[in-house]
Design a protein around this ligand. Structure first.
Ligand SMILES: Nc1ncnc2c1ncn2[C@@H]1O[C@H](COP(=O)(O)OP(=O)(O)OP(=O)(O)O)[C@@H](O)[C@H]1O
Ligand code: SF4
Ligand SMILES: [Mg+2]
Length: 354
């Protein structure tokens, strides 16, 4: 019989637990705008979550806030960002000191930014970027350059790049797709448990995009890291993510498994986002566009922020702010939640589709 004290627990719990996080930007001496409001979600080891939503809804802000990479005028005035560290302890990222934060980034959680060119130092060769990253996190005797070069070459091969060509190149000598792959290799250098990717393939042609997404998917299987994938592209979200979170005006307004979100959206905004994508097969269908634009951060309407654009809005929607409410929990514990006052009613009418 196995000793229950030594048997590994089947569910070690979430890797990342985000609880009621607000993120704001100071816009003047006494003014600030809140770009992310009360966001909560869990990410389990090996899970991948896509964050989708229109431009300006707070996706990048949330990604940066999770790793405390916000610009100087950004702050996280409320909430908890609980992360299960490699040593098994749990830390609130908000309260890590500068040195601990430096060690946490790259080795436990890394972020790949949208513009790969901006993430590299243009005067350094790709090998120097690897060297700096490894050296900055070395605790014992410094490793030899040749040893680091060999490990960097292995990482570049993992993202299907030719190390002989790439290691000695400067960033501008590589194509956009190669730079983005090199950045992913660099982000994986110290074996982080969490990778946050912000629109990593948006600027790339479709074939390059596809190749990178396929490789990312394989790497996640091989290395078992968790992923937060920020994207405008619902197709990529469907392909890469186990779970999807829809953001609107700084709030997470629907979360669920990728299947639930795409086949049974329960928030009219998610349904509208999905309807705005042209189908790839079948007859010619004109996708439905969503009228108007998201509200400004400084002038959010009372009640539901989506009400001015929602064709299902009723008086109550302008009076009461909907909270993210769990509608359904599956046998494996994954839930589907939406922040819509009429979600159940609309689902019963078939208005958000089934
Ligand atoms: N440094 C900043 N100072 C003030 N406001 C900012 C700053 N950075 C972002 N914002 C505001 O925060 C809001 C959210 O921006 P964010 O970049 O997170 O959106 P996003 O969802 O990533 O958009 P996109 O899809 O265009 O990348 C926007 O209204 C933006 O204007
Ligand atoms: S709460 Fe009302 S306005 Fe908001 S999404 Fe639901 S039906 Fe539309
Ligand atoms: Mg962004």
């Amino acid at each position: 019989m196995t000793d229950p004290r030594t048997e590994p627990s089947a569910d070690p719990g979430p890797l990342l637990s985000v609880r009621g996080v607000d993120i704001a930007y100071r816009t003047g001496r006494r003014s600030r705008v809140t770009a992310v409001h009360g966001v909560s979600f869990d990410l389990h080891p090996g899970q991948s979550m896509a964050l989708v939503g229109e431009s300006g809804c707070g996706k990048t802000t949330l990604g940066l806030g999770l790793l405390r990479l916000l610009p100087r005028n950004g702050l996280v005035p409320a909430g908890e960002i609980l992360f299960r560290r490699k040593d098994g302890s749990t830390a609130d990222i908000r309260s890590l000191g500068a040195e601990e934060l430096r060690r946490f980034r790259w080795s436990e959680a890394a972020m790949v930014f949208q513009g790969a060119m901006n993430a590299f130092n243009p005067v350094l060769r790709i090998e120097d970027h690897f060297l700096d990253t490894f050296r900055a996190h070395e605790t014992g005797r410094p490793r030899r350059r040749a040893e680091i070069r060999e490990e960097s070459a292995h990482l570049l091969e993992m993202v299907r790049l030719d190390p002989a060509r790439v290691l000695d190149a400067h960033p501008h000598e590589l194509s956009g797709g190669m730079r983005q792959r090199a950045l992913i290799a660099l982000a994986l250098a110290l074996g982080p448990q969490l990778l946050i990717l912000d629109e990593p393939t948006t600027a790339l042609d479709l074939l390059t995009q596809r190749a990178i997404v396929e490789r990312l998917s394989e790497l996640r299987e091989e290395l078992r890291f968790s992923m937060v994938f920020i994207t405008h592209d619902l197709g990529l979200a469907a392909e890469l993510a186990d779970r999807v979170g829809t953001m609107y005006a700084g709030r997470l307004i629907e979360t669920g498994t990728t299947r639930d979100i795409f086949y049974r959206p329960r928030h009219p905004y998610t349904a509208a986002l999905i309807d705005s994508v042209p189908p790839v097969s079948g007859g010619l269908v004109v996708p439905e566009s969503l009228p108007g634009g998201p509200p400004g951060l400084a002038s959010l309407p009372p009640g539901c922020s989506f009400a001015p654009r929602c064709r299902h809005a009723r008086q109550v929607c302008g009076e009461r702010r909907p909270e993210l409410e769990v509608l359904h929990t599956r046998g494996d514990g994954l839930s589907h939640a939406a922040a819509c006052l009429r979600s159940r009613e609309l689902a019963a009418e078939g208005a958000t589709r089934d």
